[in-house]
Design a binder for this molecule. Structure first.
Ligand code: ADP
Ligand code: ASP
Ligand code: MG
Length: 404
């Protein structure tokens, strides 16, 4: 069976008119003799509305009920797509995660898909049907509905491609593919033709919303090529694939930025072994993810300052935990939400010296102060004042010649 998985994001199914257009894309593949499995997100804005409802009814809304609530947006979109295909004379039906079933672990709100039962869908495909599968949701071992994290329909699609050994997995979205940086923020951003899993994973983790990070990890492990393209324009998009398949690497492939980081500084902590561990232990026990860390060299050998970043959402929890941490002493505890992380990503930097210098120099030229730095083999991230994001992206995009 020649199977293709087509995933449609929120904007692609955002209106009745768009849903009608999406069914034209689906039938195009049916006419090409593909067995089509569709995975759909909720109509744009629907999930956010549901999340807001949960916040308005309780500031401590149950994670299990959150999953039942927010997964409902996908049900609506899938029924509308299937309904339109039936209207056009095709055999189609919607499938909720639990009906397939798509089995996840028990970690409500952030579940991981462990298993997809193939039998029902295969039978349906063989009978000529077009299954329209809800992204984002599954069912756990206790029969409760789960969701797999915001933006999770990408991962749903890739997991479906894996379990059904699809020939292609195409992610249809509202831009033409993966760009050197968010095309909605920088007009000069260029579409990337081919990108490696590793680079895409870094770009996504560091703020490029176009693909959800865990979905890329799943694709990498299962060696599934992904095509990202527009559901509005019939143009070639971006191929996400193995590094080996890519011949021409530029030094830097893309630039990402975040909007939801916060900086925490402990001024005047003791400069002795074990202090950093005492600060981070209770944070990790509360599942607070610490990202960038910098410790200043102490001038007197006794006291130092420690700065780290967390997600803004974790700020009040971090404040509470650190304030009540009896194992540490400090002079001042400072919080700053007006920060943003800007990162350059590219496998080319492994073999090219001087990339760090060029990045810092370009930022310095524009008087952008770097507060914290973190690096890996294929990325350099800097924490800067939020008001300088655009300036920094423009400068770096130019410095690394991404617009030519
Ligand atoms: P969907 O609803 O289809 O899943 P998303 O809103 O999740 O779509 O992701 C698409 C959006 O990602 C684009 O509209 C774009 O603004 C944003 N984006 C951020 N960085 C990039 C990038 N490097 N390339 C393309 N799009 C990006
Ligand atoms: N509808 C879900 C969300 O908004 C899943 C997705 O769009 O991928 O997060
Ligand atoms: Mg998305």
């Amino acid at each position: 069976m020649k199977i293709v998985v087509l995933k449609f994001g929120g904007t692609s199914v955002g209106t009745i008119d768009r849903i009608k257009k999406v069914t034209n894309i689906i039938t195009k593949y049916v006419k090409k003799k593909y067995k089509v499995i569709v995975v759909s997100s909720a109509m744009s804005g629907a999930t956010n509305d549901l999340v807001n409802k949960s916040k308005n009814i309780s500031n401590n809304f149950s994670n299990a009920e959150y999953d039942v609530l927010v997964s409902s947006g996908e049900q609506v979109a899938c029924a509308l797509i299937a309904g339109r295909l039936i209207h056009k004379g095709y055999k189609s039906r919607s499938w909720m995660g639990w009906q397939i079933p798509i089995i996840t672990d028990n970690n409500h709100k952030y579940s991981i898909i462990n298993q997809v039962y193939r039998r029902n869908i295969i039978k349906y495909l063989k009978s000529g049907g077009i299954p329209i599968v809800t992204g984002f949701q599954g069912i756990n071992g206790e029969g409760r509905v789960t969701t797999i994290g915001r933006g999770g329909s990408d991962a749903s699609a890739i997991i479906m491609a894996k379990f059904f050994k699809a020939e292609k997995c195409i992610i249809y979205t509202d831009v033409e593919g993966v760009y050197t940086t968010d095309p909605k923020k920088l007009k000069k951003a260029k579409k990337i033709r081919v990108i490696s899993y590793e680079e895409m994973l870094e770009m996504a983790s560091l703020g490029a919303k176009v693909m959800q990070p865990t979905s890329i990890q799943d694709a990498r492990l299962s060696r599934i090529d992904i095509e990202v393209k527009s559901s509005f324009k019939n143009k070639s998009g971006t191929l996400i694939t193995k590094r080996k398949n890519i011949i021409n690497h530029s030094i830097i492939t893309g630039i990402s930025s975040t909007q939801n980081d916060a900086k925490v500084t402990l001024v005047g902590i003791k400069d002795k072994p074990g202090v950093a561990a005492s600060i981070f232990k209770p944070l990790s026990e509360s599942s607070i993810n610490v990202d960038m860390v910098v410790q200043n060299i102490s001038a007197n050998g006794k006291e130092t300052d420690l700065t780290f970043t967390i997600k803004s959402d974790d700020l009040s929890k971090t404040r509470k935990i650190t304030n009540s941490n009896k194992k540490i002493k400090y002079k001042k505890l400072l919080f700053d939400k007006n920060v943003s992380k800007v990162s350059i990503i590219g496998v080319g930097m492994i073999t090219t010296p001087g990339v760090t210098y060029r990045m810092f120099q370009a930022l310095a030229k524009h008087k952008i102060n770097i507060q914290v730095i973190s690096t890996s083999e294929i990325k350099i991230s800097v924490l800067i004042d939020k008001k300088n994001i655009k300036k920094a992206i423009v400068a770096l995009h130019k410095e690394f010649k991404l617009e030519v």
